[in-house]
Design a protein around this ligand. Structure first.
Ligand SMILES: Cc1cc2nc3c(=O)[nH]c(=O)nc-3n(C[C@H](O)[C@H](O)[C@H](O)COP(=O)(O)OP(=O)(O)OC[C@H]3O[C@@H](n4cnc5c(N)ncnc54)[C@H](O)[C@@H]3O)c2cc1C
Length: 817
């Protein structure tokens, strides 16, 4: 007979490795009344059948930090709980079969060094020593991470569960959460039913955590939150015992979509095939418990064929197990963590894209910390659930996208690589105009955005590479048009949020660091700060009237930024509305931008009538619009906002008028190249919630003396007194050829001190440019600049000039002409 408490502080839904880790870390923080409910048995969803690879290196520094923490935890859990986790550090080898992949793994190795992960670039001879069974045919290079490991997934989860129980958590198997009760944006409790139907009940609780793995989407809907993920079939085989096989490192051959794990004298061969098989579109069967899916040999055969060539001993070994199990995949291959935007007490840790075992320790710890303090412990933007767009919960979209995401884990991670599936969902009102003009689109937050324009007769497709890609010259020409003449590009994907009401001014002054007690028509470039001075959002705020502001955010953070405002609304009498789809936005930038606008509008665009940082309502062609004088490319220019119904007309009017002037349509790659030359920060890369606004060099935008308190004010005053702990420098390589993307290590006087937060090619500066933080507590700016700097690109050090001021137009003379 199930006997559960009627009240709990937190109910965790799901007893896989993730739920167990969250429970474990909450009790470690001293939380009482922690209840975990599992519908069947612990681990019986996806956890029990994981392969157990536990790597350390992820795509960003913080994700790597979390994965490394998982390893340390799993190494120590046996002593704490008496449950053996099977964790061992047997190392891992990744081999490259193409030159492109070789460059990728060398870049990863450089990144690993910047993140403090031990890594060696190894010769083929060394590969053979470490892994004698591998066929080195076509192997172009390899890297070895000696401290990577593997473990027993089920036992890791059970050890975490035991640790949680020891700390007082109540873990109840065979109890399913069937309903989640809510009042407004607050969950008040959960209904549960025992698996055998013998009991049911309700637990009142202060919050819930959705750790329901591939059921996360469905459990999310119960709680009123969007958890975009879809189950996919995921395959491996395990051989019979192979005589004489002893401990081996994990071997990854991503070019053949394969990994090999030696365990107890057998080889487990797993696959990340390019065309995956989404599963359970109609829902996961209620009876699912330690279940397997039917084998599909035809699907696995191409992997096996290559594997037998790569590790020939497999040809002799019989197949003991053919395994097919489901795992959940998200639209961007990153898991979902954090407080769901739709509700104020629903937390999520789900959708682990085949890395749930290696991620569980770190994700559980980070979430527990966040739940405990109410603030993110560090930047978790890669996985923060608020990055997901509402439409991404659409099941048809998830079905289509998940065919691709599984395979992408082992695909070449080329810079600028675009997803191929589930495209075309969000199109701007200019979409067809841009398409007709040769646009090659990329996707962000579901938006189709013109990244570059193909020339007449040129193939409208990316040819990916780590070197200059096929669009490099196209983008260079667009860049030159912006710098020397005039260009037009579509920014309709901007998030547009209206803040209206009698308290609009007071609210804006509380939420943001700028001074919004300004005349109607003023545009304030600003940050929303957290209490430590970290940057939660980087936006422009335009005063539209006495009691209305327009907050313009990056496309990807609209929901996160709006949620941040709503959560801090308190008693302010304002209404916050997403109006993104209501307006199209065209940026007209370049020294001839004024001339072009003047040709299509009777309004006055002079410095006197429309100075930098102001907006005005204009007539344009036969329509109406608002012209915002701002720039993200460092030139004279305007962003023109018009209601979507008039967008086509405005586009055609500007385009026609621009023909005599050489107006060029431009894309997002141009924008990034121009903005990095000008040192403009990119939210999510150069500035995040853990980067102090003063260290980021944006202290100028924070008005501590505006006459009222605001979030982060104290932290800014303090940091202005003590001086920055790090400075965001701009670097330009002294060689014209190499390219920078981001995460390349920064060496100061020969020592690694950080890594680039963003990078691109500066076509005007004539070399690759990057931004990156250099720690400098107690140092003067001149000391920091007096050092010599190098950037590590694939293990080669390239000298770089460093500057605190933008190298392009340091005095912003071009913007204010
Ligand atoms: C073939 C394969 C190989 C893999 N290899 C690796 C690897 O080598 N390394 C690695 O890191 N990861 C690997 N993974 C991924 C890893 O297994 C998963 O990411 C991880 O197990 C996910 O854990 P979870 O707790 O989120 O989900 P689950 O283990 O599925 O747990 C979710 C639980 O929620 C319960 N639940 C659902 N709804 C309810 C409800 N309403 N009420 C109560 N309980 C509910 C379910 O019963 C389930 O037990 C692999 C996965 C597969 C399929």
């Amino acid at each position: 007979m199930v006997d559960l408490p009627q009240k709990a502080r937190v109910v965790i839904i799901g007893g896989g490795v993730i739920g167990c880790s969250v429970a474990y870390h909450l009790v470690k923080k001293g939380w009482k009344d922690v209840v975990l409910l599992e519908r069947k048995q612990l681990t019986s969803g996806t956890t029990w059948h994981a392969a157990g690879l536990i790597a350390q290196l992820r795509a960003t520094a913080n994700m790597t930090k979390l994965a490394r923490y998982s390893q340390e935890l799993y190494g120590a859990l046996e002593e704490e709980t008496g449950v053996a986790t099977g964790f061992k550090r047997n190392g891992s080898i990744t081999v490259a079969l193409t030159e492109e992949r070789h460059e990728e793994i060398l870049r990863q190795a450089a990144m690993a060094r910047a993140f403090g992960v031990e890594v060696e670039e190894i010769s083929n001879e060394r590969v053979k020593e470490l892994y004698p069974h591998v066929n080195l045919e076509d192997v172009k290079g390899a890297v070895y991470l000696p401290l990577d490991g593997q473990g027993d997934p089920a036992n890791i989860a059970l050890a975490l569960a035991k640790g949680a129980r020891q700390g007082g958590a109540r873990i109840q198997e065979r109890v399913k959460v069937t309903e989640i009760a809510k009042t407004g944006r607050t969950v008040t409790g959960v209904d549960w039913v025992a698996d055998d139907g013998s009991a049911s009940g309700h637990i009142e609780c202060d919050m819930v955590v959705n750790c329901a793995g591939m059921w996360g989407h469905e459990v999310g809907r119960m709680a009123g939150v969007n958890v975009p993920l879809h189950a996919c079939e995921h395959f491996y085989i395990v051989t019979e015992n192979i005589d004489g096989l002893s401990q081996l490192p994990v071997l990854r051959v991503p070019d053949e979509c394969a990994y090999y794990k030696e365990d107890a004298g057998k080889i487990l061969l797993g696959a990340f095939e390019p065309n995956a098989k989404p599963w359970a579109m109609e829902g996961i069967p209620d009876s699912f418990e330690f279940d397997q899916l039917p084998e599909d040999f035809d699907h696995f055969e191409p992997i096996l064929e290559q594997a037998v060539n790569r590790v020939p001993m497999l040809a002799e070994a019989g197949i003991h197990t053919f395994f097919n199990g489901p795992e959940s995949f998200t639209p961007d291959d990153a898991y979902h963590l954090g407080l769901a935007p739709e509700m104020d007490n629903v937390w999520v840790a789900a959708g682990f894209n085949s890395i749930g075992i290696q991620s569980a320790g770190g994700a559980g710890q980070a979430l527990a910390e966040w739940m405990d303090t109410g603030e993110k412990p560090f930047d978790l933007g890669d996985v923060d659930i608020s990055r997901m767009q509402p439409f991404q919960g659409n099941k048809q979209y998830l079905f289509e996208r998940s065919k691709e995401t599984l395979g992408l884990l082992y695909a070449d991670h080329f810079p600028y690589r675009q997803k191929a599936t589930a495209r075309g969902v969000r199109r701007s009102p200019f979409h067809h105009h841009l398409k007709d003009a040769g646009a090659v689109f990329g996707e962000l937050a579901g938006w189709e955005r013109a990244n570059w324009f193909a020339n007449e007769g040129q193939e409208r497709q990316y040819h990916y590479s780590w070197k200059r890609q096929n669009w490099f010259e196209n983008s260079a020409a667009e860049h030159r048009a912006i710098r020397e003449n005039v260009g037009m590009y579509d920014m309709s994907s901007f998030g547009k949020i209206r803040v209206e009401g009698p308290d609009a001014e007071a609210f804006m002054n509380y939420i943001g660091g700028g001074d919004y007690s300004c005349p109607v028509g003023k545009i304030v470039y600003t940050q929303f700060l957290n209490t430590t001075g970290g940057i939660e959002a980087d936006v422009t705020v335009t005063r539209l009237s006495e009691c209305a502001y327009l907050v313009v955010t990056p496309a990807a953070t609209r929901l996160a930024d709006q949620t941040w405002m709503r959560r801090h609304q308190g008693a302010f009498n304002v209404v916050i509305t997403d109006v993104t789809a209501g307006e199209g936005t065209l940026a007209i930038m370049g020294p001839n931008a004024r001339k072009l606008l003047q040709a299509v509008s009777p309004n006055d665009f002079s410095n006197e009538a429309n100075p930098f940082g102001t907006a005005q309502e204009i007539e344009i062609g036969m329509g109406l619009a608002r012209a915002h004088r701002v720039t993200y490319v460092g030139e004279l220019g305007w962003e023109i906002y018009m209601s979507s119904d008039m967008a086509g007309h405005v586009f055609e009017t500007l385009h026609a008028a621009g023909q005599d002037m050489g107006l060029k349509l431009c894309g997002m790659h141009m924008m990034d190249s121009c903005r990095i030359e000008k040192g403009y920060r990119h939210f999510g890369h150069d500035i995040t919630c853990e980067d102090h606004v003063v260290d980021a060099g944006l202290g100028f935008a924070v008005k501590v003396d505006k006459g009222c308190d605001f979030i982060g004010r104290e932290a800014v005053i303090k940091r202005k007194e003590t001086g920055p702990e790090a400075r965001l420098l701009q670097f330009k390589l002294t060689e014209a050829e190499p390219l920078l993307f981001h995460n390349e290590p920064i060496l100061r006087d020969g020592k690694t001190v950080g890594y680039l937060s963003s990078g691109n090619y500066g076509h005007t500066l004539g070399a690759a440019v990057g931004l990156g933080y250099v720690p400098c507590a107690g140092e003067k700016a001149t000391d920091v600049l007096a050092s010599t700097y190098e950037i590590d690109i694939c293990g080669t050090r390239v000298r770089a000039e460093a500057s605190l001021k933008p190298m392009y137009d340091p005095k912003s003379e071009r913007v204010k002409v």
